[in-house]
Design a protein around this ligand. Structure first.
Ligand code: SAH
Length: 464
């Protein structure tokens, strides 16, 4: 091991930074955050560095470096672009036996800065010993996505209960098992989901020996419109924890593949006419699985609260007192619009956007047509294929111009994306001509013309 990782308590300690520019700024920021008192030496010092010096209760010295600047400092940073000067600072510090870091010159360093994932009080440091800082940063980026931002709160929770738990289990092994259980179970889930009070209550109950028998939970997760890359970090984390996954037809296989390998996968359907499971049975199944103590992911296309009946499912859970979380997803309107190069609003074309379901009950026309015909409002129709002829006809009849640009986006955001543009007048014809199938999103409004300039994503097939 070239460098031994140690965590340095710098609170109230004086640190010398030689240099007052960009590089010095980056290091000064870290140092100030860790409570060090900054002494910065440079002929010129930037405003942001000066602000940090002040915040740290330190001092600025506006001149060139001299050896005596090291006096009283516990750590030295050389952050200039003057190589001989950096080498001089390094030599002086080593001579005195004070740790020194020279930015971007590992050979001159006795200590190096790792890439940091800060979940204080939990801090993760990654280093390549200066050989490949980019590699260390990439690992850091992976960890950043993987470890929830509030993970450090778990440490706070543990700190508040440490004494009680110690009293309960004098034996180290038992204590370790207890905390492992806490950090990997529903108590941690509550804390990470922003329900700290509930986490404390559950932890206290666990200590008191009257933890509730059921520890199941349901995660209502938006899987986005299709491209797996559009999942949220939280969606992915919960999918990887699940015991059971209940999914819809809209959830792409590539997304399903990201669920924990040994999770049970249950298809609960939802093709227009072919509901694999009626909604009340889905609701009941969620309740039953959670009562068995399972962690259930209810995976839905797009966003669970936009034409997803997510509300109905969690109402049932709430009625049974089953804990749940809702994870938003990118809804088809956002995903398809972005991947088709059609901004949903635009200062010149549309001041508002409206999401409408085209799934008309019994073929009737029960949409508020009068509210849908303003030329400055973009319309996004979900489930609009079957009713499209009626919808276009009614919009025109109620005053929206027959020339209004419109687009069909089939399987948006996926490699199979197809986009067809036309007008309100000929849209139904385009559907027939190109054999457009569900899932397809319809966008109506002037913004559709922007696609000519803004299209960037290439689906599988040529579009018009
Ligand atoms: N909750 C989902 C919508 C479910 S309703 C969401 O927020 O996106 C189902 C309708 O969404 C489909 O009929 C279709 O109109 C639209 N849709 C969903 N995913 C789509 C996709 N990848 N491409 C085009 N339309 C999509």
């Amino acid at each position: 091991m070239e460098f031994l990782p140690l965590f340095h308590n710098l609170r109230g300690a004086r640190v010398l930074v030689v240099g007052g520019g960009e590089i010095a700024l980056r290091k000064s920021r870290l140092l100030a955050d860790s409570g060090a008192v900054l002494r910065v030496v440079a002929p010129e010092i930037g405003a942001e560095v000066r602000a940090l010096i002040e915040r740290s209760g330190g001092e600025q010295i506006l001149r060139g470096y001299t050896e005596s600047d090291l006096n009283g400092c516990v750590l030295i940073i050389a952050a200039t672009d003057d190589e001989p000067l950096n080498a001089q600072v390094s030599a002086d510090a080593r001579q005195r036996g004070v740790p020194v870091n020279v930015v971007d010159a590992p050979a001159l360093c006795s200590v190096i800065f790792p890439a940091i994932v800060d979940r204080s009080p939990l801090v993760i440091a990654v280093s390549s010993g200066g050989d490949a800082p980019v590699l260390a940063r990439l690992i850091r980026a992976k960890l950043e996505t993987w470890i929830p931002p509030t993970y450090g709160h778990l440490a706070g929770l543990a700190a508040r209960f440490r004494h009680q738990v110690k009293g309960l289990f004098p034996n180290v092994q038992q204590r370790r098992a207890f905390w492992e259980d806490v950090f990997q179970g529903p108590i941690a889930d509550r804390q990470l989901a922003g329900q700290g009070a509930e986490a404390e209550r559950l932890l206290q109950a666990k200590i008191d020996g009257d933890a509730p028998a059921t520890t199941g939970e349901v995660y209502l997760v938006g899987a986005g419109p299709g491209d797996p890359d559009l999942l949220t970090f939280r969606a992915l984390r919960l999918m990887q924890q699940a015991d059971v996954v209940l999914y819809d037809r809209l959830v792409a296989p590539a997304i399903l593949d990201l669920c924990r390998r040994d999770a049970d996968r249950v298809y609960v359907g939802k093709q227009r006419a072919d509901h694999a499971l009626p909604q009340d049975q889905i609701n009941q199944q969620l309740v039953d699985l959670a009562k068995q103590g399972k962690r259930v992911v209810r995976l839905k296309g797009g966003d669970p609260f936009i034409f997803g009946r997510g509300g109905e499912e969690i109402e049932e859970l709430a009625a049974h007192g089953i804990p749940f979380q809702v994870v938003p997803g990118i809804t088809a309107a956002s995903g398809c619009a972005a991947y088709a190069g059609i901004p949903l609003t635009h200062r010149d074309h549309a001041q508002s956007v409206r999401f409408v379901t085209g799934h008309l009950k019994n073929g009737t026309t029960d949409l508020p047509w009068k509210d849908l015909v303003s030329p400055s409002q973009t319309l996004v129709l979900y489930m609009g294929l079957i009713g499209l002829p009626v919808i276009c006809e009614q919009l025109i009849k109620h005053g929206r111009s027959a020339d209004t640009p419109a687009a069909l986006i089939q399987q948006g955001t996926t490699v199979n994306q197809r986009v067809f543009t036309g007008t309100l007048a000929n849209l139904p014809q385009l559907v027939a001509e190109h054999e457009v199938h569900a899932p397809t999103l319809v966008i109506v409004g002037e913004v559709v013309t922007l696609r000519e300039k803004l299209a960037w994503f290439e689906g599988a097939q040529a579009s018009v």
